[in-house]
Design a protein around this ligand. Sequence first.
Ligand code: AMP
Length: 194
Amino acid sequence: MSTRLSAVSSENAPGTGDSGPEMAALVASGTVDVPDFPKPGILFKDLMPFFGDGPTFKKVVDGIVTHWGPDSFDVVAGVEARGFVLAAAIAYATGLGVVPVRKAGKLPRPAFSATYALEYGEATLEVHEGAFVPGQRVLVVDDVLATGGTAGATMDLVERAGGVVAGFTVLMELGFLDGRERLSPRKVHALLTV
Ligand code: AMP
């Protein structure tokens, strides 16, 4: 674990995760809890220190690739914006492509759109029509799984655009919000569950 990150986070003690305690500790070490952001009552999990630490980022991306194993997905979909960072790294590590799932109004060509409730507010996500080859297996990636609304909307978009969701990977799962149950029976891989 990097010394730089050890200094960043004390609140996120090593916990459980689907890739074991070492991976969980790496994610925890790069996370800072920010109270009352973006609105009162929300404890925001800021993963920017994790993304900023090269050795930690690489170990976790390699751990994600190992978790899924060879030939388990054909393309990676990342949710704007922090999901883009992780999705691109996984795509590069596996030699696959990446499809950005964007916030409303950003895509230049005809797109499917899904609106859903967030832990804090409401949001709309979009993906280009024809973004996936029909039947393409898609790994959906984001930084945090909270209520599962974002991941559920992304699943809907992927399927409307012709893909098949192979599973979800998130760095951190807020277990008390039951997002995983909402995505059942799809496979959910969380590096750290708090
Ligand atoms: P949800 O749709 O409720 O599962 O929320 C997940 C999405 O919102 C992800 O894109 C996260 O980046 C963001 N998010 C929700 N809650 C938090 C939180 N407590 N800390 C950081 N990001 C969050």
